[in-house]
Design a protein around this ligand. Structure first.
Ligand code: NAD
Length: 473
């Protein structure tokens, strides 16, 4: 039975968009059609598929305007909506160039048995399911889908029900590029997502730790691989040798880009006690210079909180921190304008690891700052987290930052900057601890994980007779 859902506009608070959520039988039907189309797509070969992806990049160029307009309504931000579209087009070009560098597999001589040789064959999963969140709706719907398509899989994408407006124009661009039979977007909620899991041969999930556990359990029951990219609580360590202006810039961008609604946001800042006062002073001054993009969406750096439940969580984290002794140096209260929820960059001092704001993912523009006396203490605090997505270290030079970075239990560390994984997707990385599971999404592995390796093993001599294995008398 069709289910009608509505989506809230983050700038007005009005549920002004309704859509039809796909139910399990509809998802199964879509999956069946994708499976039927996949063999021809695989047979096209890597270069043919790369060309088709370049055709999709062209289609996004021609048909991008309605996509970024829809993303703007979904997220309440204009510049990032356009940057998402540009980023996806650039990634299509990047994956096509990657494909051109690949050479067909060749025979490899055996080492343990000289008369045997082997050659790999790569077979994609037939149908890859993608389940994505609301914070970067376009980027995260496609970040795994594009390399999966390049690998030869068909792809079923279930974007977040919080930000569904971009789905129809994106599907139109896929259709225009001739990819509509290979890649379908399924509007819907958790029920739709669960149905995708029941039909895919591999699943890529980006979202919260709590949902990620459910996805992993469901995938385990079906014995399909689950690539999970979950939450984070990224620490930033600022050593005494750091250039403080650099540290302030990195901290502020790392914590407030996309209003902190990014998995790799800086959510904890540890500063050498000797430089704490000037750091806080400059951080507060710079934070106070940032503006809301309200009432004019074309002005300002801080957008609305996209998901209203997230605003409640931010308020809870702030209240908990203040009740336990944190001082609010700037920001600190959810503001309501025109029906939307905003939070100005909020700097907290005197925080401890007893506070939720230092332990749980906040997903907002909050910068809790804590002093440390010894570097070992800073490393222990940074590692005192259920998450291990990424981290950052700022020191006088990269070499000094690296010595500290090596001790941090996280999958990617920005040196002398912060949150660089948002910009740079070439470096393979794993999500450590509760931040994820499965092969690297970044680098060549982001493509290879959609391929199953098949080994061709040839014998150039006479086969070994069974008698060679007779029991010794
Ligand atoms: P969420 O876990 O609530 O939802 C993510 C997606 O899962 C949505 O499409 C939702 O409909 C679907 N879903 C929910 N329950 C499901 C179920 N039982 N079965 C199948 N699908 C289900 O996450 P969110 O609130 O949309 O996104 C925010 C989270 O995403 C944050 O924790 C953030 O850190 C994380 N995130 C991680 C990365 C990364 O790369 N590691 C990137 C961006 C966001």
């Amino acid at each position: 039975m069709a289910r009608a859902l509505t989506a809230r506009n983050p700038r007005t608070g009005v549920h002004d968009f309704s859509f039809h959520a796909l139910d399990p039988p509809e998802v199964a039907q879509t999956a069946q059609a994708l499976r039927a189309a996949q063999p021809a797509w695989e047979a096209l070969g890597l270069q043919g598929r790369a060309e088709a992806l370049l055709g999709f990049a062209d289609a996004l160029g021609r048909l991008g305007e309605p996509i970024s307009a829809a993303l703007e309504l979904d997220t309440g931000r204009r510049r990032l909506a356009r940057l998402e579209l540009e980023g996806v087009r650039a990634s299509l070009g990047g994956w096509a160039a990657f494909a051109q560098q690949q050479t067909p597999p060749d025979w490899v001589a055996g080492r343990s048995h000289a008369h045997l040789r082997h050659k790999p064959q790569f077979r994609p999963y037939t149908l890859v399911g993608v389940i994505s969140p609301w914070n970067f709706p376009l980027t995260l719907a496609l970040i795994d889908a594009v390399p999966a398509l390049l690998a030869g899989a068909a792809v079923l994408i279930k974007p977040s029900e919080v930000t569904p407006r971009f789905i129809a124009p994106l599907q139109a661009a896929l259709d225009a590029a001739g990819l509509g039979a290979l890649c379908r977007l399924c509007p819907g909620d958790a029920i739709t997502g669960a149905a995708v899991l029941e039909t895919a041969d591999a699943v890529c999930f980006t979202g919260s730790l709590a949902t990620g556990r459910k996805i992993a359990e469901a995938a385990a029951r079906r014995l399909i691989p689950a690539f999970l990219e979950l939450g984070g609580k990224d620490p930033l360590i600022i050593l005494a040798s750091a250039d403080l202006d650099r540290a302030v810039d990195a901290a502020l961008r790392g914590a407030t880009l996309a209003t902190g609604q990014a998995c790799q946001s800086i959510e904890r800042i540890y500063v050498a006690r000797s430089v704490l006062p000037p750091f806080l002073e400059r951080l507060v001054e710079r934070a106070q210079g940032l503006r809301l993009n309200w009432p004019d969406i074309a002005q300002g750096e801080i957008g609305p909180i996209i998901f209203d439940k997230q605003a409640e969580l931010l308020a809870e984290h702030l209240a908990d921190a203040v009740a336990k002794g944190a001082r609010v140096l700037t920001g600190g209260a959810i503001e309501r304008h025109g029906g939307g929820c905003w939070l100005r960059p909020t700097v907290l001092a005197d925080v401890t690891h007893e506070m939720r704001v230092m332990r749980e993912e906040t997903f907002g523009p909050i910068l809790p700052v804590m002093a440390f006396d010894r570097v070992e203490e800073a490393v222990a605090l940074a590692n005192d987290s259920p998450y291990g997505l990424s981290a950052a270290v700022i020191a006088g030079d990269v070499a000094e930052a690296e010595t500290v970075a090596l001790q941090i239990d996280a999958g990617a560390i920005s040196l002398n900057d912060a949150a660089l994984t948002a910009l740079f997707h070439e470096a393979p990385k794993h999500a450590f601890k509760g931040s994820g599971l499965g092969g690297s999404r970044m680098g060549p592995q982001g493509f290879e994980r959609f391929l199953r390796r098949k080994a061709m093993i040839a014998n150039d001599q006479a086969p070994t007779p069974i008698e060679a294995f007779a029991e010794e008398a």
